[in-house]
Design a protein around this ligand. Structure first.
Ligand SMILES: N[C@H](CCC[C@H](N)C(=O)O)C(=O)O
Length: 285
């Protein structure tokens, strides 16, 4: 029987389980399966730290949604693992590598954590979108009984993971719990997609709610906040520095002009430490 410690955290209510396997010999999938089966634990994402593969990084990170699918980015989860690593090293910076690229993190004077999420990607194949829809001008979805508000002409962007962002005049009119899965699984998105619905409050402020790929409605989604901020700025509806209000709280997003990188800043919360039991001896132990 192998026991693996984990740390339960959250980023604005986005439920995160942090598992540090840099010194442990255990298969990430087995650990995530044990976390999913653990009574009383609910998480949106599990952030699994593995031994670093690149010089100058603290860990290679695998990101698992609650449905077991893997993701290339998780903004809220990255702030959580940065807090975990900085608490252990005593440094105020941390660097991670994921399938989506490098994530450079630092702690600010006020205790918040900033993450350089890299540059956004907009090309059809980078989102990715299906070639079947290459001549599509825009995506339109009926979102309620006939005549109800229809969302259309969304933005699509990859910030390490795929996002589609609809801009609406009244966020409350959209039943994202109902239409989120319809869009997440739409054939236009061969790797599925995170679905954001945003309302522009001012040139410096957005309101956003998110249906997450592989996790459903969450209280906050850092990468979706990045996607919405970049999309609003591209449409000249906001500037490049915006506050994004999510159901769980507020993030600041800066889309830098000089290097095109997106910097997300926000809080983290450490809830408790616990452990999970792994049945069989891990392969390669
Ligand atoms: N559901 C996302 C991963 C987690 C994103 C979110 N929790 C965040 O804070 O960015 C995906 O499958 O791409």
């Amino acid at each position: 029987m192998t026991t693996i410690p984990f740390r339960k955290m959250n980023g604005l209510g986005n439920e995160i389980a942090v598992v540090d396997l840099r010194q442990a010999k255990a298969r990430p999938q087995a650990v995530v399966g044990a976390l999913s089966a653990k009574a009383g634990l609910a998480f949106d994402q599990a952030m699994v730290l593995l031994p670093p593969k690149a010089q100058g990084t603290d860990a290679f990170v695998e990101i698992y949604n609650s449905d077991g699918s893997k993701a290339g980015a998780c903004g809220n989860g990255t702030r959580c693992i940065a807090d975990h690593v900085m608490a252990a090293t005593g440094r105020d910076s941390a660097v991670f590598q994921t399938a989506g690229g490098l994530l450079v993190c630092h702690r600010n004077e006020d205790g918040s954590i900033s993450v350089d999420m890299g540059a956004p990607r907009f090309e059809w194949h980078e989102i990715p979108l299906s070639e079947r829809f290459a001549d599509t001008r825009f995506i339109e979805f009926e979102v309620g009984p006939r005549g109800a508000p229809v969302m259309h002409s969304p933005a699509v962007v990859n910030v390490g993971n795929p996002h589609v962002v609809f801009f609406v005049n009244e966020l409350e009119a959209i039943d994202l719990g109902r239409i989120g899965p319809m869009i997440e699984y739409h054939p236009m998105f061969p790797e599925r997609v995170n679905v954001g619905v945003a309302e522009v409050v001012s040139p410096e402020r957005l309101r956003l709610k998110v249906w997450e790929r592989g996790a459903g409605l969450t209280k906050a989604c850092g990468s979706a906040a990045c996607a919405a901020a970049v999309s609003a700025a591209r449409r000249r509806q906001t500037g490049r520095s915006v506050h994004v209000e999510l159901p769980g709280g507020e993030l600041h997003i800066l889309w830098r002009e000089d290097d095109d990188h997106i910097v997300m800043t926000g809080p983290v919360a450490h809830e408790y430490d616990d452990e999970v039991e792994l049945d069989a001896t891990p392969a390669g132990a």
